[in-house]
Design a protein around this ligand. Structure first.
Ligand code: FPP
Length: 256
């Protein structure tokens, strides 16, 4: 079932879908002489503020990069801290998210996650599956390349099972990504002043606007998100075409 449909998204000057690389937790903590874990903990508070502020800015979907396939290379203690944040975020916020109409969807590989984290993720998705006011996608154990490989493998499996409907094309590949059925990404934001995608939403970034902000993630909140909206609304999105003045060539809201 699609995570969102065109009918469930009202027209807006946008952006409807903002993706966030929440960078700078470590530096925020180091600058204060605190352990990195404190930076991540404050990062969760920033995430809560940002999710709360998004609907009022006309945003209908946020996708956040919580843990990358590369983050396993961090010291075991930090990996364990990051896993712990999911436990505490779901424990403290799931009920409110459910009540406020937020659907939670987790992108990325489930294999390799501690079994209790996998169960927490499944519970969060199942509890909020009926919600359609807002979509919160958390990329966790996610890598853009891994996601494209998994989508290609799904297609290979269909071919081997004799179930492939036709040749591999953009739509069939996208239907195997963990973002399938969600709205297209309008803008990808990275905080902390770094300017790269770091394996986030590689396929989905094709026509997304990019915004880099100098704020460290734990300091993020409504004002910074409002600045993203303003920057986005001043961009001229052409999707490779040359539209007549006043005509938007934007594709349909629901991804294939
Ligand atoms: C990058 O900062 C941030 C992360 C690797 C983790 C992001 C996670 C959160 C904000 C917590 C909320 C997440 C969930 C899923 C509840 P960094 O450590 O790379 O910072 P640095 O570049 O300053 O060292």
């Amino acid at each position: 079932m699609p995570a969102s449909s065109p009918e469930s998204l009202t027209p807006s000057p946008g952006p409807l879908h903002v993706a966030l690389i929440m960078d700078g937790n470590g530096r925020w903590a180091e600058r204060r002489g605190l352990p990195r874990a404190m930076g991540h903990r404050e990062g969760v508070q920033a995430l809560k503020r940002t999710v709360q502020a998004a609907p009022e800015l006309g945003i209908r979907c946020l996708t956040v990069f919580g843990f990358s396939t590369e983050n396993w290379q961090r010291p075991a203690e930090e990996v364990s801290d990051l896993m712990g944040l999911v436990r505490s975020y779901v424990a403290s916020d799931l009920k409110r998210l459910e009540r406020e109409g937020v659907r939670v969807r987790v992108l990325g590989r489930r294999t390799g996650l501690p079994s209790d984290i996998a169960a927490i993720i499944e519970r969060a998705e199942a509890t909020t599956a009926h919600n359609d006011k807002f979509l919160l996608q958390v990329a966790f154990n996610y890598g853009g390349r891994a996601d494209i490989i998994d989508a290609a493998q799904r297609y290979v499996d269909l071919v081997l099972a004799g179930e492939a409907a036709g040749p591999l094309n953009e739509q069939t590949l996208a239907s195997g990504l963990s973002t399938a059925g969600g709205p297209p990404v309008d803008v990808i934001v990275r905080t902390s002043g770094e300017q790269r995608l770091s394996n986030f939403l590689l396929w989905e970034a094709a026509y997304a606007e990019l915004v880099y902000q100098n704020v460290l993630w734990p300091d993020y909140g409504p004002a910074a998100l409002a600045d993203v909206v303003q920057q986005y609304q001043n961009r001229d999105r052409r999707f490779g075409g040359r539209p007549a003045p006043g005509v938007s060539p934007a594709p349909a809201l629901a991804a294939g």
